[in-house]
Design a protein around this ligand. Structure first.
Ligand SMILES: [Zn+2]
Length: 282
């Protein structure tokens, strides 16, 4: 495993799905499992299962961000003996949208001694995550959008390496788009050198046509490639959220650039029109 990935793994540990109530209940794929006897795992899971606070999350029925109220949770206020000695079997959790309580996310978990796993979610992780990707429709073409959501869907079903393949294609397409632009604007663009270059070099060659975040975080590509060739299914799933957020940052930046360009065009047209009207009336 390359050094840069190895050190990143240390900072990612422990499991990112344990770090927020929302990630634990709504983003963690089914059959993701834990050993409750390791480190702070039991404490963190207990905190997520017994959470009574609201969580901010996307509501797929309201079709926008919402606030969800804990409706069904693990009810346990005994501190001794520890909760891990009780609650074997199924544990069900429900969060309801504060706009409409029939908008509800259900998740279930199974515990046997120190073994703990998520066993179900309705609506599915993909149902929850894919509508949120719709914002990227405006800058991804049909094929790229399909690949992006397929990557999300696979990870949501616990398929790590496959999800990386799709995200890597989305990444490569962004670079290819930049190359096409660079070549169209500069007839002296060294296409031959570009084709022979490693991805890191390619990004540097077309950096003026790429979102800043991508250029700064081009190691994202190394993570994706290492994932496909060297990491295990579980390791890919562990990094999935990180690389997805990275790609979303790149796409967000492209949306902002596009909106700014559209606004500039509209403003220019409006000013010319107003100027014409004033000139004509004089
Ligand atoms: Zn709702």
């Amino acid at each position: 495993m390359p050094k840069e990935i190895a050190t990143q793994q240390n900072t990612i540990q422990p499991d990112p799905y344990l770090e927020s109530v929302k990630a634990f209940h709504l983003e963690m794929p089914p059959y993701h499992n834990f050993d409750l006897s390791i480190g702070m795992t039991a404490e963190k899971i207990y905190k997520n299962l017994t959470n009574r606070d609201t969580i901010d999350a996307y509501c797929i029925w309201c079709d926008k961000e919402g606030v969800f109220r804990a409706y069904n949770y693990l009810s346990d206020n005994v501190s001794i003996p520890p909760w891990t000695t009780r609650h074997d079997g199924l544990i069900e959790v429900e969060y309801q949208c504060t706009r409409n309580n029939s908008h509800a996310y259900h998740t279930s978990y199974f515990k046997a001694g120190n073994f703990f796993t998520k066993v179900g979610q309705f609506p599915s992780v993909a149902d929850f995550q894919i509508p949120q990707a719709q914002a990227y429709r405006k800058i991804l073409d049909e094929e790229q959008y399909k690949e992006f959501t397929r990557g999300i869907g696979l990870a949501a079903h616990g398929i790590g390496i496959g999800s990386f393949v799709y995200l890597r294609r989305v990444f490569e397409n962004l670079i290819e788009e930049a190359r096409a632009k660079a070549q169209a604007e500069n007839s002296k663009f060294p296409n031959g050198d570009y084709l022979k270059a490693r991805m890191d070099e390619k990004i540097k060659m077309v950096k003026d046509y790429l979102p800043e975040f991508l250029v700064e975080n081009r190691s994202l590509y190394a993570i994706l490639s290492t994932g496909i060739h060297e990491l295990t299914e579980d390791e890919c799933l562990q990094y999935f959220e990180t690389v997805k957020i990275g790609i979303e940052q790149i796409l967000d930046e492209k949306i902002i650039q596009k909106e700014k360009a559209d606004k500039t065009t509209k403003a220019r047209e409006a000013i010319q029109k107003a100027h014409g009207q004033i000139a004509n009336s004089k």
